[in-house]
Design a protein around this ligand. Structure first.
Ligand SMILES: [Zn+2]
Length: 170
C-alpha cells in the first residue's frame, strides 16, 4: 500500500515514525535531545535510513469471519529481500504465539501473501519446509492426489496466495 513519504513525530513517545523498518536500526528514533533530531535528519539525508514509500502489512483473519485485524503496519523503502521478509514473517508468528493469541484466538494455520515476489520467496522458504508426514491422518487422503503440494511450514502452517492476485497473473 502506498504511503506519503514523510517523517512524523509521535509526541506521546517522543519518537520519529514513517521511516523504513529495514534500516531503522541505524538510528535511535527517540528524540532525547536536540542533537538526536539533527543526527537522525543527517542519516535520513545521507540515505542510511529512508522515508517509507509503502507499508508492509500483516493482517489476521479468523476462519469463517469477515473482519481482518492488522498485527503489523510498518513503512518500507522496498529494498528488503526475501531473507528480510522471512525474518519479519517468522517474527510476526512468534509474537502471535508469545502473546498467547494462539490459545485465546487460535493457532496460525495458514499464511497468505499478495503478489509481491519478495513475499512469495519468503513464503516458500518458511511454509514449504516439511513434507506431510506419513503418520498424518491426512496422508492417506492427500498422498494420492497428483500434483498436490503437501509441504508445510513449522507447526504445519500452509502457504496460500491471495486468489485475487493469482487471477491477476492469469
Ligand atoms: Zn530503507
Amino acid at each position: 500500500m502506498a504511503l506519503e513519504e514523510m517523517a512524523v513525530h509521535f509526541s506521546k513517545f517522543n519518537m520519529i515514525g514513517g521511516l523504513c523498518w529495514k534500516h531503522l536500526n541505524v538510528i535511535d528514533p527517540v528524540l532525547h535531545m536536540y542533537d538526536s533530531a539533527v543526527r537522525n535528519a543527517h542519516k535520513i539525508h545521507n540515505q542510511e535510513v529512508h522515508l517509507g514509500k509503502e507499508v508492509t502489512i500483516i493482517g489476521v483473519a479468523c476462519f469463517g469471519k469477515e473482519e481482518l485485524y492488522s498485527v503489523l503496519v510498518a513503512p518500507t523503502c522496498k529494498t528488503e529481500d526475501a531473507a528480510d521478509m522471512e525474518v519479519i514473517l517468522a517474527h510476526a508468528i512468534e509474537c502471535w504465539d508469545a502473546t498467547g493469541a494462539d490459545t485465546r484466538v487460535g493457532p496460525v494455520w495458514s499464511f497468505t501473501t499478495d503478489g509481491d515476489t519478495t513475499c512469495h520467496a519468503a513464503g516458500h522458504r518458511l511454509f514449504l519446509k516439511h513434507p506431510l508426514s506419513i503418520n498424518s491422518p491426512l496422508y492417506a487422503i492427500l498422498s494420492d492426489m497428483p500434483w498436490l503440494n503437501t509441504f508445510t511450514g513449522d507447526s504445519k502452517v500452509t502457504l496460500d496466495f491471495n486468489f485475487k492476485h493469482i487471477f491477476k497473473h492469469k
